[in-house]
Design a protein around this ligand. Structure first.
Ligand code: 13P
Ligand code: SF4
Length: 348
């Protein structure tokens, strides 16, 4: 059975440039007014904004200023669950909103744009994935958080990039064979670190896939003192060149805590906002997404993350639209595999 998804979604993916061009251009004053209206509504509705590091810095700032959270996908899940707010506004992509709902069914979860998805989620449909799992009943099914609720519901474990290696090491120490999905690069990286017996689904992140090892090598030659930081969704040839491989939070911590001054960063470039905030004197260089003659469609910024806007947040707060729902039977099963992640993380 093939591990490739059969749905042909690639042709419909908007480029980041297209998404950015569609956004209405607003002046500083109008933007400040939007921010004020959102702040007031967040308080009135006992709502909290949870934003991923890849979203527009203006949204990250707003989440910080209003007692929300700016974080990686593991912390987004934890924060939403622990929050006492009635309503969670998730600025990120669809699986992040679904994870919030899976863990907090009593809360209303809204997203600025429900079309904001992820190539890993699209590349691993439940229709393809469930029979694949059924064909390998002797394997423990571990899925990355970047999947639909239905895929999580079929899994034994959900993991995020921040904790995947530890979970797989733990399972391998119990002699388990692993069926891993959907990111093939992350799977290969984990396999190289843990030596676990892993069967890999073959999807990938459309953004990180564009980082190029040959161009990175040329860049490193120009900046020999720079340290290379890589998110493990990148191709293995890029991962092999890294001084640090880690989740978004782990890469931010590396910039903050390492003594070096210059960093080449292979992940979505909106992360530079937090890195620069935490380490204002360090120099950050974007890892190349195209070698000689190559082009990029994402150009180091996820087009789906780019769909999150201030106007979108205001609209959902004013109109109550874009609610994330998960069918209860699916949610209950997905809760088990996702809660297993949180329980494991709490013991680390
Ligand atoms: P993190 O869990 O590292 O934040 O990654 C989420 C993601 O979508 C990376 O592309
Ligand atoms: Fe998905 Fe990649 Fe975008 Fe992260 S950056 S949400 S993995 S497409």
């Amino acid at each position: 059975m093939s591990t490739e998804a059969t749905v042909n979604w690639e042709e419909t993916v908007p480029t980041t440039q297209e998404i950015e061009q569609k956004k209405p251009k607003i002046g500083e004053q109008a933007q400040a007014q939007l921010v004020q209206r959102i702040k007031r509504l967040l308080i009135e509705q006992n709502a909290v904004l949870v934003a991923h590091y890849y979203t527009d810095p203006i949204l990250q700032q707003l989440a910080d200023e209003t007692g929300g959270s700016v974080s990686d996908s593991l912390e987004m899940a934890r924060f939403g669950k622990a929050s006492t707010a009635n309503k969670i506004i998730v600025a990120g992509v669809r699986f992040m909103g679904e994870t919030a709902k899976i863990l907090s069914p009593e809360k209303t979860v809204l997203m600025p744009d429900l079309e904001a998805t992820c190539s890993l989620d699209l590349g691993c449909s439940a229709e393809d994935f469930i029979p694949f799992c059924d064909a390998h009943p002797d394997h423990t099914v571990v899925v990355y958080a970047n999947t639909s609720a239905k895929v999580k519901a079929r899994a034994d474990w959900v993991v995020t990039s921040g904790i995947a290696t530890k979970v797989i090491k733990h399972l391998a120490s119990e002699g388990k064979k692993i069926l891993w999905a959907p990111d093939r690069h992350l799977g290969k990286y984990i396999q190289s670190v843990t030596n676990a017996d892993m069967l890999l689904w073959q999807a990938s992140c459309i953004v990180h896939d564009e980082f190029k090892a040959d161009a990175l090598l040329a860049l490193k030659e120009k900046h020999p003192d720079a340290k290379i930081l890589v998110h493990p969704e990148s191709p293995y040839t890029v991962v092999e060149m890294a001084d640090v491989v880690g989740s978004t939070t782990q890469l931010i911590d590396a910039v903050k805590n390492m003594p070096e001054q210059i960093f080449i960063v292979a992940t979505d470039n909106r992360i530079f906002y937090k890195m620069q905030q935490d380490a204002p004197n360090k120099i950050l260089i974007e890892a190349p997404t195209g070698g000689v003659g190559a082009t990029c469609t994402m150009c180091a910024h996820c087009s789906w993350m780019a769909m999150n806007t201030l106007q979108g947040i205001l609209d959902v707060l004013e109109k109550g639209t874009n609610e994330v729902t998960v069918e209860e039977g699916v949610r209950l099963k997905a809760f088990e595999s996702t809660q297993r992640l949180l329980d494991f993380a709490a013991k680390q």
